[in-house]
Every structure is written in C-alpha cells, then in structure tokens.
Design a protein around this ligand. Structure first.
Ligand SMILES: [Fe+2]
Ligand SMILES: [Fe+2]
Length: 274
C-alpha cells in the first residue's frame, strides 16, 4: 500500500507572512505521517505570478521536507487564463518550472497513473494549452490498464459537470468539456483539486471528486459566495492499494484558521484580488 499526502493552497511568501505560521504544524504533520510522496494542489505562493522571490522561498521550504513534492500550479503561482493583469504566459510558466519543476506531469505508482495538470492553461489560448492537451491524450492512452487519478488546482465544476460558467471558482465550460470526455472515456477514478479552500469528497458517475482544503486560510462571506463543501483547513491522505484508493480528509493539529477576508487588503490588494 502506498500513502500519499495532498496539501494545498499554502499561499506563502517572504514578503507577506500572514499564513506562514501554518507551515510549521503542517511540516510536523507530514514528518509524523511519513508519506511516500507529497502532492501540492497549487497556490503554493502568495504571488509567484508577480514575484519570483515567492518561488525561491517555497522551494527552500519544500527542500526541507522528508519526501519529494509534486506540485501543480495555481492562479496565484502562474496567473490566470486571459487575465488583464496576470495572464498565464511563457515567462510565468518558466518561473514555476525553474523553481518547482514541471507544471504538468505523470507518475506511475503500483497500479496507478497519477497525472498532474496545469489548470491555469485551460482556456488561455497559449501554445502550451494545446501542448498539454496533446500530452494528456497520449499519457491517458498509453496508461496500459493502470487506474488514473488527476490532480489540478481548479475544480472542473462546483456541483454538476454540465453547469455553466462559475466565474473565478472553476475551469470554464468550454475547456471543461474535452476533459470530461477523457474522464468518462478512460474511466478516471479520482479527480483532486484545490483552489476553493473548502473540503469535499463526492462521486459523479464513476469518478470520485475530492476538494483538498487549504492549510493556509479559509474564505469568509466577503470573499466567497455560499457553495457546497466544508469551509475548514486540513490536508488529504490517499492510500492506494491495488485498484482501490482510500481518501481521508484530515485536520492538522496546530493550524490557525486565518480568514482571508480580514487581511485581503494587505495580501491581495484590489488590483490583484480578482
Ligand atoms: Fe488558494
Ligand atoms: Fe487558487
């Protein structure tokens, strides 16, 4: 049996240390759990999309963990598709790759193929968007009977695969569609995401969709509309055993439930808040 931990939305920066007190308890929990691997669900940084120093800082923190970290980028790490101020673009992707490795990747463990996707490319129109999709198609088709689990920052949808544009909170309907086709065509077992700073574990058709909570902060009413899932901090344990995966969303002792609403004017001043 293989045990993986997923952490997400740490939002760390040497310039804005609001959520940094939550790193030490998270690190202590990781050390006690002794996983084989750590998956980071994105928004590693407060603003890696704007300042390379955030990546240097976070790569240094990762290097002190007892096992490797495989990460997927979030909107605050590499920008957003077609964003007026922080669009995802080749420079931002290069910065991520320099410090934290590939932004999309696959890793085979026992009977499973884990696939990390860069959700920030979806709908961007960047050359890398098509490149990632072609890579994903071939990575899915040569999985040779392995079960497949996806990890990406943005959820594909909030409640229903067929829902409309949910704005800031999910992948847009247009790029979502071909991904849903791959999920049903290859019977993807697990799709795990971050971004909403809430936890949820639910099934749609034969796929399990897990929202990993943030270990950094929760969103209050000023920054998030009512939505499903539970507003809390924590992390996720995955136990891969044969063709099965067990999922456990855990509390992490010592995490302070900071609320972004209280400090958003300092951490994400209005221009960056979108
Ligand atoms: Fe986040
Ligand atoms: Fe995010």
């Amino acid at each position: 049996m293989l045990r993986l931990l997923q952490i997400s939305d740490t939002h760390l920066s040497p310039r804005k240390r609001h959520f940094e007190p939550n790193w030490a308890p998270l690190q202590a929990w990781i050390e006690a759990e002794k996983p084989s691997l750590i998956l980071h669900g994105g928004d590693v940084t407060v603003d890696g999309a704007g300042d390379e120093g955030d990546f240097r800082f976070c790569a240094e923190l990762f290097s002190k963990l007892p096992v490797p970290v495989l990460a997927v980028p979030g909107n605050h790490d590499v920008g957003e598709p077609r964003h007026p101020y922080q669009p995802v673009n080749p420079d931002r992707l290069a910065r991520w790759r320099r410090h934290l490795g590939p932004d999309y990747w696959s890793r085979d463990i026992e009977q499973w193929r884990l696939i990390g996707l860069n959700s920030q490319l979806l709908g961007s129109g960047e050359a890398e968007e098509n490149k990632q999709f072609a890579w994903l198609n071939s990575t899915m088709s040569d999985a040779r009977g392995r079960r497949i689990a996806w990890f990406l920052h943005m959820p594909l949808f909030l409640d229903h695969p067929g829902e409309g544009d949910m704005g800031y909170w999910t992948v847009k309907p247009e790029p979502r569609l071909p991904l849903l086709e791959l999920i049903s065509g290859y019977n993807v077992a697990l799709v795990a995401s971050g971004h909403v700073h809430r936890s949820r574990d639910c099934h749609r058709d034969s796929t399990r969709y897990v929202w990993a909570p943030s270990s950094g902060f929760v969103c209050g009413p000023a920054t998030q509309p009512p939505m499903s899932g539970e507003s809390r901090l924590g992390a996720v344990i995955y136990r891969f055993d044969g063709n099965e995966v067990e999922v456990e969303i855990k509390n992490v002792d010592g995490l302070m439930a900071y609320r972004i609403d209280d400090v958003i004017h300092e951490v994400y001043p209005p221009r960056e808040a979108a």
